[in-house]
Design a binder for this molecule. Structure first.
Ligand SMILES: Cc1cc2nc3c(=O)[nH]c(=O)nc-3n(C[C@H](O)[C@H](O)[C@H](O)COP(=O)(O)O)c2cc1C
Length: 189
């Protein structure tokens, strides 16, 4: 697969086959993440790899569907993935370099670049994943024994899939491109 195909083929996948994913492939995905750009090259990400079924259960229990932490039911679909990778941000690293104000945006900007590399890398390796951020941060931090200055940013369930997933509708690109200044004119006008 070339990059064009990888970008176009990537989907958020929510059903996985019960097939083991090798350590080698997981390591490659982590390395793709670690190759991402970051402000000042501070690389504030760290990864936790989870295969243990009991631990996966506890992680899924911290998640919720939709945007209501209280009433949203756990994202049970995740459980079918044989591996979870949790991407964490080191808030202390960002704060020391860029201060408290920048921290709140940079921690997400850096780790999201890292996550996207991992999502695309998974597709390249014949695997599937999904960016999951619907979880209770404090509960997940507790399950993972995160030190207080680390923030869980994303859970990436990783696995093989048999799902045929159509491309989800995207806004017509012509409606979101502007030249020189922001205008409502479409690319073709
Ligand atoms: C920051 C972020 C958080 C997301 N959180 C979740 C989530 O908690 N659960 C989930 O099923 N999908 C989640 N998604 C996946 C989106 O629903 C998905 O990217 C979107 O519907 C577009 O589909 P596609 O990725 O197949 O193009 C998240 C995506 C992003 C970028």
């Amino acid at each position: 697969m070339n990059l064009d195909e990888i970008i176009r083929e990537r989907r958020s996948i929510r059903t996985y086959l019960p097939k083991r994913v090798s350590e080698e492939l997981i390591y490659k995905i982590l390395d793709y993440g670690h190759s991402a750009p970051s402000a000042g090259n501070i690389q504030p990400w760290e990864f936790i790899v989870i295969r243990d079924e009991g631990k996966k259960r506890r992680i899924v229990d911290t998640t919720f569907i939709g945007n209501n932490e209280i009433s949203g039911k756990p994202q049970e679909w995740m459980f079918s993935a044989p591996v979870f990778i949790v991407v964490c941000g080191n808030r202390d690293k960002v704060k020391k370099r860029y201060g408290e104000t920048s921290l709140e945006s940079l921690i997400y900007l850096d780790t999201s670049a890292c996550v996207e590399n991992m999502l695309l890398g998974a597709v390249y390796l014949g695997l599937a994943s999904c960016y999951v951020s619907g979880f209770k941060k404090e509960e997940l931090s507790e399950v993972l024994h995160l030190p207080e200055y680390y923030e869980p940013i994303a859970i990436l369930p990783i696995g093989y899939t048999g799902e045929v997933c159509f491309k989800r509708p995207k806004i017509d690109i012509q409606n979101i491109i502007h030249f020189e200044t922001f205008s409502k004119k479409k690319i073709s006008e």
